[in-house]
Design a protein around this ligand. Sequence first.
Ligand code: NDP
Length: 332
Amino acid sequence: QLVLVTGVTGFIGAHVAVSLLNKGYRVRGTVRTMDKANELVRLNPELKDKIEFVIVKDIMAPYAFKDVIKDCDYVCHIASPFIVENITNNKDQLLDPAVNGTLSALEAAVTEPKVKRVVITSSFAAIGNFTVDPSNGYTYTEKDWNPITYDEAVSANNGIVAYCASKKLAEKAAREWVKEKQPHFDISTVNPPYVFGPPIHPMNSMDSLNTSNQILWTVINGSKVQPSIQHVEVDVRDVANAHVLALESPHLSNGRLLVSCGPFSTNSISKVLRDRFPEKKDVISEPSDVPFNEKHYTLDNSLSKSLGLKYYSEEQTYIDTAAKLWERAEQF
Ligand code: NDP
């Protein structure tokens, strides 16, 4: 069974490819340049000759994926900009690539009768309402949506708002498209919060590290920030397995899968890593005295668990991520 993975040289895309290969699927991965594909294989020699790379330079172009969908049984559409800084045009840089890229993937799938399901990497960003007090003790489920409108997103002076909107609008567009077109396949989405985990994908430098791992990196790269950020996290390897589940499970036909390991704070990352790597104390920020907020909202991951998804412990995620980040940093 052949799976088209869009954005295979991204942080999550590379891990999804690994999970699919481990499960016996064949993977065709879209990349913007062959240089990046070669770099992915150089970094992970076990992937040599395992992924069929195809170039899709612009995911927004009409029919962007039409030449690469042939013979695919499934699609995992992951490529979408995850940037929240230095955004000068929300529409061009975030909203259009997210929405039009998703619709391009669906329109390509229509042309291949073999396609059974398109899995879309959505996000908790499409779900969480960040305009309300995060200490409201709320438990988000697959039923929730963030309230940001298109107009608010276009004019927002805040990259996080624009990014959250891009994920909501892309997911909504996909669900409306399916309702209207009634294609021969169904869809499902995976909705992760902050994803941490060992980066196995190409990067130019640690400055180009993917957005979510940057939070963990700032705790351990000697920059001595006073950590106090609190949010909810999940391991990239769990997210990758969730994509396989979202592709296979009959329960997720046109469904939505919220995945989460649990709440984290940068304080808890510091504590776990200072304990595990005492020799690295100089570069791991000291925990601040900001207490863990027990009333912080949480995510209900019971559907994913009931379908058999297992989660890494938060400690293991921090340890494996930190070890890989230090290893990668030494290579630059
Ligand atoms: P990365 O930045 O590592 O990966 C993004 C991927 O999308 C890359 O493969 C990138 O290609 C591709 N891409 C981005 N913009 C374009 C574009 N305009 N045209 C073509 N390709 C593009 O981020 P992540 O792996 O973290 O994100 C992957 C997906 O997961 C995104 O949809 C993101 O919204 C979602 N997500 C991520 C979370 C996280 O915490 N990391 C949480 C929830 C959802 P290239 O390799 O060439 O740069």
